[in-house]
Write a protein that binds this ligand. Structure first.
Ligand code: FES
Length: 185
């Protein structure tokens, strides 16, 4: 397993901040996963050795928390909210459209590794559902016909330049704070 100098140095800085090395486990796992996309058996052993605990102590964390992974998601990871407010606005249909268009079932990675879909609990934007995240970007009101267009643009790698789907994060940059505040009230 290879980690960048930057990640290694962040790990070295982080561990002494905790009273016991083992208490840094979750933070170290996150740093490793951020770089490698998942915690392999090798990574698990490496972290355990670093924190002077057993690999099973790391494994139990990885298998308990849904955000932690033993195998990486696809190159473009799509998350669809399935919690009640989004479900009432059609997120089950949105997920189905994305599954069909992207050619992968939720909870899986497409064979070529390009896309993966996760149908998951609240993405913390409940008033604007159905909410879909692509990587770390949040898209709102992705339902019905919208979902089909959204999927097409994602496949064509045109989502970032589309005027029809501006992510919440990008809208903070492109809209005035007043208009965004009004929208999110
Ligand atoms: S219910 Fe969908 S974002 Fe919270």
């Amino acid at each position: 397993m290879e980690l960048s100098e930057e990640t290694l140095s962040r790990i070295e800085d982080l561990i002494p901040k905790y009273p016991e090395k083992r208490s840094a486990a979750l933070m170290v796992i996150h740093l490793v996963q951020d770089e490698l996309g998942a915690i392999s058996d090798d990574a698990c052993s490496w972290i355990a050795e670093k924190l002077e605990i057993e690999p099973i102590n790391i494994k139990e964390l990885i298998t308990f928390y849904p955000m932690l992974r033993e195998t990486p998601w696809g190159k473009k990871h799509v998350r669809v909210c399935r919690t009640l407010p989004c479900a009432l606005r059609g997120s089950y249909g949105t997920c189905k459209v994305l599954e069909e268009k992207l050619g992968v079932k939720e909870g899986h990675v497409r064979e070529d590794g390009e896309f993966s879909i996760e149908f998951m609990e609240c993405l913390a934007d409940c008033g604007e559902g159905p909410v879909v995240m692509v990587g770390e970007e949040t898209f709102e009101n992705i339902e019905g016909k919208n979902a089909e267009k959204f999927a097409d643009l994602l496949i064509q790698e045109k989502l970032n330049t589309s005027k029809d789907f501006v992510s919440y994060e990008n809208s903070l940059v492109t809209q005035s704070p007043v208009s965004k505040t009004t929208k999110k009230k």
